[in-house]
Write a protein that binds this ligand. Structure first.
Ligand SMILES: Cc1cc2nc3c(=O)[nH]c(=O)nc-3n(C[C@H](O)[C@H](O)[C@H](O)COP(=O)(O)O)c2cc1C
Length: 181
């Protein structure tokens, strides 16, 4: 039996959303599906170095937003915080960054698939002012974990803006670099 999957369509529809969100709560059932999609991602030597905390409690969200300056996604009713633990896959090889990146992309796709919007906020919170550490403190994250990214989740008020992306032929080829095939 052939199962038709719409993952390719979801991939092409996903874009970073930085606008405001409707106040509707995201059901826990949907949040769990999104988080499970993250946990289902591949990880180097199956070390499963990524952990997640979803914040949907409005008081905790307020505490978090109080340490994010300039503000981001303040109206989002939920925020998934991505944690990573630097466990070596083998010898001195640690794939924690690749592991959490795969988990984040899976979650972004699940978010869009379920009718919500989000944005991969990593640069903003891991800069020199280490907003990530302040959020980690609020969430009682143990020292051996780094909080590396937050993903707001909610129903968007608007459409995401479409960034300009390079043409296929500028970045991808068949058989040799820059081939014209
Ligand atoms: C590692 C990484 C860090 C990012 N950090 C931020 C961020 O801090 N703030 C932000 O607005 N977007 C952030 N983004 C989103 C990118 O800006 C966005 O993916 C890119 O502009 C392409 O747009 P698209 O997601 O709509 O395809 C980040 C994306 C990645 C992969």
């Amino acid at each position: 039996m052939v199962i038709k999957m719409n993952v390719i369509e979801t991939i092409s529809k996903r874009h970073s959303y930085r606008g405001t969100y409707k106040p509707d709560k995201v059901p826990r059932e949907d949040l769990k599906k999104i988080m499970q999609a993250g946990l289902d991602a591949p990880s180097g030597c199956n070390k499963q170095t990524t952990s997640l905390i979803c914040v949907d409690d409005s008081d905790t969200l307020k505490e978090i937003h109080a340490v994010i300056n300039p503000p981001i996604a303040e109206s989002a009713p939920a925020m998934i915080c991505v944690l990573t633990k630097r466990i070596n896959a083998y010898r001195d090889k640690c794939f924690a960054i690749q592991d959490y990146s795969a988990a984040i992309e899976n979650m972004l796709l699940a978010i869009v698939e379920l009718g919500y919007q989000s944005c991969w906020f990593e640069g903003h919170i891991t800069d020199d002012d280490r907003i990530c550490d302040k959020i980690a403190k609020i969430l009682n994250v143990p020292e051996e974990y780094d909080l590396v990214c937050v993903l707001p989740v909610g129903i968007a008020e608007n459409e995401p803006l479409l960034p300009r992306k390079k043409e296929f032929s500028e970045r991808a080829w068949f058989n040799s670099f820059m081939s014209k095939e």
